[in-house]
Design a protein around this ligand. Structure first.
Ligand code: FJE
Ligand code: FE
Length: 313
């Protein structure tokens, strides 16, 4: 039976059900970094508008040295430790624990993302990086950053549920992030015994990624799915609400992110860090990058300090 017919009666709001559950194992990326990639791996190339979801972990000396991006946005949310970023336009800073960087690569950015030197060897620097596609009309916009420190991130609590609002709104509290591709991104912590019933726009693609604890997701009456840390749950269409509750029997909190986005519905061609609509545009991008043109001008004489210090170039 199609999901949309499962619920009966006019007063009955259709729930979003889990249609796919995926465990994100560890893989090596960048220079000595480890990521658990859920979206963007072979089995799940693209979940429109989401290109990649990595739960990353880096201990210095390691990281993601000088590399380009074009045609999408990266959202880096630190869970533990910190990451130093530097780009070829001179933009530089540290994303600290609980903080967020929403980067619109647009027509081109070359940057490095490395643990800062004072975290050398000791700290584990952990976080989430989400790549969100841009529609054809936004692919070549000027690059821009939105950065929010932990203390300034919208956060609210009600009935044993703590929500950090990265994009969108919850219970009347709004994030100040502007999204070019309409997106919601909420970080939930549910204390033992607590639950949520969260609205999600009907036509948006949405997923849950579990960070810690044990939870159940779906429709508490009809069909639900249990999951623990490092699991991605894709939610089906045909509903506008997700139910989730902490199902731990050891009294631990349940922490997960819920992310939703309006599908762009355009052709997508990806070549590593370049995401365009056609192969011709990808060929053009490789040419622009190789010849320092159309957004990559400043990359010609640039090396990040972090990667130079490690003798990587
Ligand atoms: C990249 C390989 C990469 N996930 N999570 C290829 F590893 C990367 C890349 C990252 C990345 C960076 C951080 Cl801070 C966190 C990440 C992949 O930088 F861009 C390409 N092209
Ligand atoms: Fe990057």
């Amino acid at each position: 039976m199609p999901i949309s017919e499962k619920s009966s009666g006019n007063n009955n709001i259709n729930k979003r059900l889990v249609v796919k559950k995926l465990f994100a194992r560890q893989q090596h990326e960048g220079f000595g970094a480890v990521v658990r990639r859920s979206i963007g791996r072979f089995e799940l190339r693209y979940f429109d508008p989401f290109l990649v979801l990595d739960e990353f972990s880096v201990s210095a000396p390691a990281g993601f040295p000088d590399h380009p991006h074009r045609g999408f946005e990266t959202v880096t949310y630190m869970l533990e430790g910190e990451i130093l970023h530097e780009d070829c336009e001179g933009h530089k800073g540290v994303i600290r624990e609980g903080g967020l960087q929403w980067m619109t690569a647009g027509k081109g950015i070359v940057h490095s993302e490395m643990p800062s030197s004072n975290s050398n060897g000791i700290t584990h620097n952990k976080g989430l990086q989400l790549w969100i596609n841009l529609s054809s009309k936004h692919k070549l916009v000027e690059p821009s950053y939105q950065e929010i420190e932990s203390k300034d991130l919208a956060e609210t609590e009600k009935d044993g549920v703590r929500v950090r609002i990265i994009a969108g709104e919850w219970n009347g509290v709004k994030s100040k992030i502007c999204t070019r591709t309409p997106t919601m991104y909420l970080d939930f912590t549910l204390s033992p015994g607590s639950r949520i019933s969260q609205s999600i726009p009907f036509h948006w693609n949405a997923f849950v990624y579990v960070l810690e604890g044990q939870g159940h997701f779906g429709d508490s009456k009809l069909q639900h799915s249990g999951a623990a840390a490092h699991h991605l749950l894709l939610l089906g269409l045909g509903g506008d609400r997700l139910e989730a509750w902490n199902s731990s029997d050891s009294g631990l909190p349940l922490r997960f992110i819920l992310v939703g986005g309006e599908p762009i519905g355009e052709a997508m061609v990806q070549f590593g860090p370049f995401v365009m609509n056609t192969q011709e545009e990808i060929d053009q991008t490789i040419d622009d990058f190789d010849n320092f043109r159309n957004g990559f001008e400043k990359a010609r004489h640039w090396k990040s300090q972090a990667a130079s210090a490690l003798g990587l170039f």
